[in-house]
Design a protein around this ligand. Sequence first.
Ligand code: HEC
Ligand code: HEC
Length: 203
Amino acid sequence: MQTCKKNRSLLIEILIALAFVGGALFASTAAYADAENDALIDEGRIIYDETAGGVGCAACHGLLATGDPDAGAPYIRGAGKSEVDAALDGAVPMMGFIELNKQERKAIVAYLGYLTYAEEVLLDPEVAAGKVLFEETAGGVGCQECHGIDAQGDIGPNIVGKETADIYEQLLDNPAMGFIKLTRVEVDSVAAYLNYLHDLETH
Ligand code: HEC
Ligand code: HEC
């Protein structure tokens, strides 16, 4: 009887410890990291980037769902099930050619939710400063002028994930970029932003 009680209290202790570890893990890896959700996000990313309607939602809404004024397609990060369903089921005639089943829609919504995590990372001052330099101010035009929206490439190549050293090399040696003057801190910020774009793509 005695041992049985002892065992039981040991068992309870183990359970409490496990719950504690589980809780800590959950807290540290945030809501997006559980395996099932991860798989769903990956599925949604492929549909979003490439397969929806044979072109991907990205064709109109932009690779990171921030919208594309030229296509008249709005920012849709964080759009919920009802908004996605409405848009696909007739509210947006331009999207009429896209057919997605229930599972695919669920995956898309998970992915759009994941992209809102992008907003939180942007609260990091270094990344936020890098975004402004990238999009608008570096050299008076922004890197985006030549490297395209979300650094996907335009006149200049795709530079997602490029690091401080890569940027310095170009600022010194690349005649096309010679007019851009940046401080060390600014180069670090731009690199932080390019790294952020890389994380978003690969999560
Ligand atoms: C061919 C271009 C195109 C594609 C591809 C496309 N959309 Fe759209 N989408 C639009 C346009 C344009 C609008 C805005 C319509 C309007 O404002 O009347 C829109 C609106 C939306 C809205 C409503 C947003 C709002 O604020 O009202 C959602 C949600 C949406 N799209 C989701 C998606 C998803 C998810 C995909 C991929 C499965 C997708 N779209 C693919 C062009 C597109
Ligand atoms: C006026 C146009 C222009 C602007 C603005 C510009 N770049 Fe470039 N960049 C280029 C071109 C063109 C190349 C390709 C040069 C080559 O291949 O020799 C390049 C190459 C690069 C490369 C090397 C990529 C590789 O794969 O080798 C990096 C990194 C880079 N740019 C970063 C930046 C950053 C960061 C900014 C903003 C601070 C910026 N660029 C602004 C035109 C530009």
